[in-house]
Design a protein around this ligand. Sequence first.
Ligand code: ZN
Length: 67
Amino acid sequence: MKIPFLSTIKAEKSIDPVCGMKVETKNPLGGASNHKGAIYYFCAPGCRVAFENDPTGYLSGEKFIEM
Ligand SMILES: [Zn+2]
């Protein structure tokens, strides 16, 4: 199956919930994680691991890693 005009789609960005960095959703350096039906993207594997250990802590803003 061909997906037309794929190259014209703008790279979408998402915010890494752990450190607040912008991450390209097309190619997240730290991968992505699914939490309660929403997908989060990470700048580095360490951020993803931290998030997966305590997703609610980071989503509530209680926890935050400054990069
Ligand atoms: Zn990060």
